[in-house]
Write a protein of this length. Sequence first.
Length: 159
Amino acid sequence: MKVKAVFQLLLYVAIPLAIGGMSGYFSADATQGEWFMNLNKPSFNPPDSVFGPVWTVLYALMGVSLFLIVRAEESLKRIDAILVFCIQMFLNFWWSIFFFFFERPDVAFGEIVLLWLAIIWMIAKFWKVRPVAAYLQIPYLLWVTFASVLNAAIWWLNK
């Protein structure tokens, strides 16, 4: 890979990492706050130490996929794929703010359902441009599926 391509890859990996980092920054204090610590959580709730590494890997995979899409041949399909990527990143950004900062697992659940749908939409759009970029998003879809169930369980247990 040429130096320019490596630089572009790093840039595109940095974009979702930065967006995720900003969202985490805005909700970080709340994840250690009294409200969250006192929530009833289901037995399948992972330890807090799992979330950071998982999200880091998922954001990196998003960046690699975005790199592959951006470097694909120019087309309306490519533009659509990039647009849907941006939509799902917007939704991704807001979930933890709704859940942790605003302490609204109900609103966060509605939002994560929209995120889940946007991820499926993104995978479909990526598939039309570069199938490997779509495959790289399967772990993200699986994790958000799990996170949706976890969000719903926390909401239910704390009504």
